[in-house]
Write a protein of this length. Structure first.
Length: 414
């Protein structure tokens, strides 16, 4: 099926979705959640084929982890869809209303974006998440996943389309581009006749390609070179626990910690404690000269390490002399995703929150919480690191726009 055909079908679906009320949308979401669990054997079989091919191609295990599905992860996908049912439908919300002196009643209401294109890599759970968020907000979606997950994505989309048909709702609310060639992705980026917005989810290379080549408006979801700054007054045990969680709980995700910044006043206590914990989990630490002096197992860092999103059991580490130096270093090398400070100093916490340029800034907590589900949005479409329209985890409201509605009784402009 050509992209032109997918675009035409998506525009038709867009009009049909506008007619659905919240009760019908919620019924479809619950049915889709149950459908994924009921079809988990088929989905896991398809996913196993993707994983087998990925390992044959030498994909590193942290990325295989992003690709792999389990019964628990399918259950989580279903839970994400079901959780949307309990959330308020933003479509139709009146944001403001006023009556002008001439009697015109002018209101502003929340409406769908229309047709959303999503280009993403590896993670098949994005397929279900994207459908759920787009469907709840009455948006049609065209998905372009990576070749690594094509069998998984086909299986998931098949289930959802069958559920929609059973519910007598257009299955073209979700469509999958099955041609995995890069040329097809670039063609999708130029479908401004059909797509209202394009959202890339993946590595820096993919996002840069979409931003540079798209004629469709792009909401840029960012890579995650996330930092944790251990301030001079930090609780060391808390710092070690948070760093461990942020680095090792799941390495192949955008909100994992990639860079550690430590105040020199506490470095001789923090570095040994962090090394003791992380070396047991086979984390490689690449540090500056001061870090290397404190532990000979730390590998000397290069300039490239400071801006690197490893997505692996690797962590950069730098010792600084002040919070000013820490903030300067983080703002220079971060990807504007998620940053954290560990401190007991209220003023330093406040400064960090105010001066760090990122979508999510934490005090005494792991960066791993930057997630739509953890923020109470249900599933998320991605983490926006740009500043226009949406920033941070993108839930339901971020997939809407507004329009003005005006009631008159015969007014004409003099």
């Amino acid at each position: 099926m050509t992209l032109e055909t997918l675009g035409i079908q998506a525009k038709q679906a867009e009009r049909e979705l506008l007619k659905l009320n919240s009760l019908k949308k919620n019924a479809c979401l619950m049915a889709a959640a149950k459908g994924l669990v009921a079809a988990q054997a088929d989905i896991l079989k398809a996913n196993a084929e993707d994983v087998r091919i990925a390992r044959e191609k030498g994909m590193k295990e942290s990325l295989v982890d992003r690709l792999a599905l389990t019964e628990e992860r399918i259950a989580s996908m279903a839970e994400g869809l079901a959780s949307l049912v309990a959330l308020e439908d933003p479509i139709g919300e009146i944001l403001e209303a006023k009556i002008r002196p001439n009697g015109l009643e002018i209101g502003k209401k929340r409406v769908p974006l229309g047709v959303i294109g999503i280009i993403y890599e590896s993670r098949p759970n994005v397929t279900a998440d994207a459908f759920g968020l787009c469907f709840k907000t009455s948006n049609a979606v065209i998905l372009k996943g990576g070749s690594d997950a094509i069998h998984s994505n086909k299986a998931i989309v098949k289930v959802i389309r069958e559920v929609l048909s059973d519910q007598r709702v257009t299955p073209d609310a979700i469509q999958l581009v099955e041609d995995t060639r890069r040329e097809t992705a670039k063609e999708l980026m130029r479908m401004n006749r059909y797509l209202d917005v394009l959202i890339p989810r993946g590595g820096a290379g993919l996002i840069r390609t979409v931003v540079e080549n798209s004629t469709v408006p792009v909401i840029e979801t960012g890579t995650g070179n996330c930092h944790i700054y251990v301030d001079a007054t930090a609780d060391i045990q808390m710092a070690v626990d948070i760093i461990d969680n942020a680095k090792t709980q799941r390495t192949g995700v955008c909100n994992a910690c990639e860079s550690l910044v430590i105040h020199k006043a506490i470095a001789d206590k923090v570095i040994p404690a962090v090394c003791e914990r992380l070396f047991k989990k086979n984390v490689e630490i690449r540090g500056d000269e001061n870090c290397c002096r404190l532990n000979p197992q730390i590998i000397p860092a290069t300039d490239e390490d400071w801006g690197q999103e490893y997505l692996d059991y690797i962590l950069s580490a730098k010792i600084v002399g002040s919070i000013d130096e820490a903030i300067d270093h983080i703002n220079k090398y971060n990807t504007k995703h998620s940053e954290a400070i560990i401190t007991k100093d209220y003023d330093n916490a406040r400064r960090f929150l105010e001066e760090i340029d990122a979508a999510a800034v934490y005090v005494n907590a792991s960066t791993r919480f930057t997630d739509g589900f953890e923020f109470g949005f249900g599933a998320e479409i991605g983490i926006s690191t740009q500043k226009l329209h949406a920033r941070g985890p993108m839930g339901l409201k971020e997939l809407t726009t507004t329009k003005y509605i005006i009631y008159g009784n015969g007014q004409v402009r003099p």
